[in-house]
Design a binder for this molecule. Sequence first.
Ligand SMILES: Cc1cc2nc3c(=O)[nH]c(=O)nc-3n(C[C@H](O)[C@H](O)[C@H](O)COP(=O)(O)OP(=O)(O)OC[C@H]3O[C@@H](n4cnc5c(N)ncnc54)[C@H](O)[C@@H]3O)c2cc1C
Length: 564
Amino acid sequence: MLSRAAAIEAIAGQRFEVVVIGGGITGAGVALDAASRGYSVALLERGDYAEGTSSRSSKMIHGGLRYLQNLDLGLVREALLERQLMVQLAPHLVYPTPFLVPAFPEERRQRGLGIGLNMYDVMATTRVGRSRREMRSSKQEDEDFYWSPDRHRMIDRGEVLELVPSLASRDPKNAYLFFDCQTDDVRLTLTILGEAERFGATMLNGAEVVEVLEKGGRAAGVAFLEADSGERIEVEAENVVNATGVFADRIRPEEVVGEEDVPRISPSRGTHVLLDRADLSTGSAACIVPAGEGRAIFALPWYGRTLIGTTDNDFDGDIDHPRPGEEDVAYLLEAVNEFFGTSLGERDLVGAYAGVRPLISTGDPKKSVDISRKAELYETSSGMLTITGGKLTTWRRMAKQTVDRLVEREARVAPCHTAEIPLGMEARPGDLVAPQGVGEEATAQLAFRYGHAARQVLALAHEDARLAAPIVPGRPDLLAEAVVAARHEQARSVADVLLRRTRLGLLAAPQLRDAGVARAVAAAIGAELGWSRRQVKREAEAWPAAAAAAGIDQARADGEGRAG
Ligand SMILES: Cc1cc2nc3c(=O)[nH]c(=O)nc-3n(C[C@H](O)[C@H](O)[C@H](O)COP(=O)(O)OP(=O)(O)OC[C@H]3O[C@@H](n4cnc5c(N)ncnc54)[C@H](O)[C@@H]3O)c2cc1C
């Protein structure tokens, strides 16, 4: 990625065919799609890339079994096809995980579940809706191109315990086993941005759009505030795309003819907590955990921790800084304790976070839990397009829908290519040469997180032994990653590195209370960005407030960082 200084120079006062507002996964997808169809593109992100909901998801690339209950068949099918495509396009970053739905002697098996899983299998095939002849001719092609999970099956007690030994005390009878996928949501967003840049898009974070410029009643660009200088900068654009997720109804041209031209967002908060695997491990499988009133949550293995989530409640709090709800944390822990027979409390948490879903309000008085997760595209009379709703999994479809509309209204011939554009480049851990002291866990993590670009991190670690050290003792993230983040990914704060380039804020929050960690990260970034010693100190000191604003450290003894 260009440095911020170079990006400002490339964007300020320039004219683009498309300007995208918002650097979450949707904006990143629109930038990639438009750039790969030949548009000149600038993308502006107010804070840091993926700082909104795209760093706060459950990190699943999935069809969404529970949407089957709402008979949202189109949404599930679409997401399942995207899931297959993502494994193909980003094999280092999107991986299948076995999911278990265990049954216990005292329970009666839910009959609907088997039917639902059968539908899930059928809908995941690329051949649904095709004639036999089409199926025959495309079978080989599909098998060559698409990853496809095994069908679900019932596994016996022995196999359940082999996959999830911590269920032993519950004496499971058997379990349904099916597959879904996991990822690192921020890394997926950054990888898509990286590809967009390869196709010529320019992106800038710390760039808050404050006005949609109009000319003759048409949206003709935007004005943004550059975070470091506070300067107001204008960019001309033939097309303006608003991809600001849960903030989408805040970006409005001066004149909106009909309220139906812009979305009304009805935010819903989802809280997650993370546990040390020594306290609770689901092995390499995920478990679906009943959580009362017919609801269910997940316990997922993620970066060597156990990720528990999520809740789904209407939210009227601060959407700029959503924090885990105290009641939500208690609800998640209670469900997990009951299921695994543990007695874990807030003090056992290694991390926590909350995200806000950009659900589109239909004016329906139903709870958000029942509102569909469909993406919606809006167009104002000024021509500004707003794309919001949807899921992490369906980013590519949302981007395609948006850029198809641009293409259609300009009567261009410019088909979408994103189904064929690899996202990053795969690297196998064994192909990476690590300096002494950097173990297998670190190399495997680097291969997952960066793919081929892991070599950049390792080159720094080879050059300077200090950068080969872990940021937090016992975790595989290297200090060299802070340097790469500042040099190649426009990271500009300790929080950018700890919350989004690495995910240490979610995985090791109590260890980040040690001021030395923030100091080391600030020094590494500062050396890249030319910070004075005073600025390094100031940036390190800003970390505890950033951590508290995100509510990652629920285990903090004094209760700081909790929210209602
Ligand atoms: C708790 C939870 C769990 C989820 N789990 C999953 C899951 O497992 N799988 C799945 O597929 N989906 C999941 N989702 C949904 C998914 O995370 C979201 O649909 C997706 O991340 C939304 O991305 P986005 O780019 O539209 O929005 P965001 O990621 O919020 O991006 C919008 C961006 O716009 C920026 N912005 C706002 N205003 C301005 C401005 N004025 N100028 C410039 N930039 C601006 C923001 O800073 C932000 O970065 C989950 C959502 C939640 C809340």
